[in-house]
Write a protein that binds this ligand. Structure first.
Ligand code: PGA
Length: 256
């Protein structure tokens, strides 16, 4: 299969400057020493680390991403950071649509569509997150919720633009809770996402899209999750803050 396997860390609002640089160095060294496959490793850090860790990533197997951008190119938006600014320090990815941004910062599908455009204009690859809440899972409306998030956030893109996007399925009830979706539950949704992509963009695009699972992924459950047919890696929160755990997750492909 031609699609890429990826493990991406999401440090969220953790680690001071020195702690971040030192964790990133540890990850780079461990990945260089231990990882033999061709899976891609990405670390999405707070903005303060980006400039330094992209320099440490040069020539190594670990790429760097941001966790947010503003939708405008530049201007009077005090406290915000643009795609061009993130790109200018050498980062190549940006997480968009994380459920914490949707829930705590009021980011709507419509706003996220604009952020996706801003990212692509500056050659940043979006790691675009979708996911249902506990209530939406229990009421059975989750497929419709996920489909609407895809349609409103991404389906304005043409196929060439969409090819730059990495998707992440992150059930909100599994994030930071220790409650992982079972491999069967996650696979069911990943297959649904791929079928939805196939309807809109065709089989080829659907088959080549990387779809990550996120939500309490750890070294013990990663290999069974990654062994599912439509799961191409993970978006890792808590476990990405420990180099040993994170790199063990990176190594979890083909181990189940
Ligand atoms: P978690 O977070 O691994 O700590 O559950 C995942 C995420 O929010 O991306």
């Amino acid at each position: 299969m031609s699609r890429k396997n990826i493990v991406a860390g999401n440090w969220k609002m953790n680690l001071n400057y020195e702690e971040g640089v030192s964790l990133f160095s540890e990850i780079v060294n461990m990945v260089n020493d231990e990882v033999v496959g061709n899976q891609e490793v990405v670390v999405c850090s707070p903005f303060i680390h980006l400039n330094s860790i992209t320099k440490l990533s040069t020539g190594n197997k670990v790429s760097v991403g941001a966790q947010n951008i503003h939708q405008a190119a530049s201007g009077a938006y005090t406290g915000e950071i643009s795609a061009a600014q993130v790109k200018s320090v050498g980062a190549t990815y940006v997480i968009l649509g994380h459920s914490e941004r949707r829930a705590y910062f009021g980011e709507t599908d419509e706003l996220l569509a604009q952020k996706v455009d801003a990212a692509l204009e500056h050659q940043l690859k979006p790691i675009f997150c979708i996911g249902e809440t506990k209530e939406e899972r229990e009421s059975g409306s989750f497929f419709a919720v996920l489909q609407a998030q895809l349609e409103k956030g991404l389906f304005h893109l043409d196929a060439a633009e969409f090819a730059q996007v990495v998707l992440a399925y992150e059930p909100v009830w599994a994030i930071g809770t220790g409650l992982t979706a079972s491999p069967e539950q996650a696979q069911e949704v990943h297959a649904f996402i791929r079928a939805t992509l196939a309807k809109h963009y065709g089989e080829d695009v659907a088959e080549s899209t990387t779809i990550l699972y996120g939500g309490s992924c750890n070294p013990s459950n990663a290999s069974t999750l990654f062994a599912q047919k439509d799961i191409d890696g993970g978006l890792i929160g808590g476990a990405s803050l420990k180099s040993r755990d994170f790199v063990d997750i990176v190594k979890a492909f083909n181990q189940a």
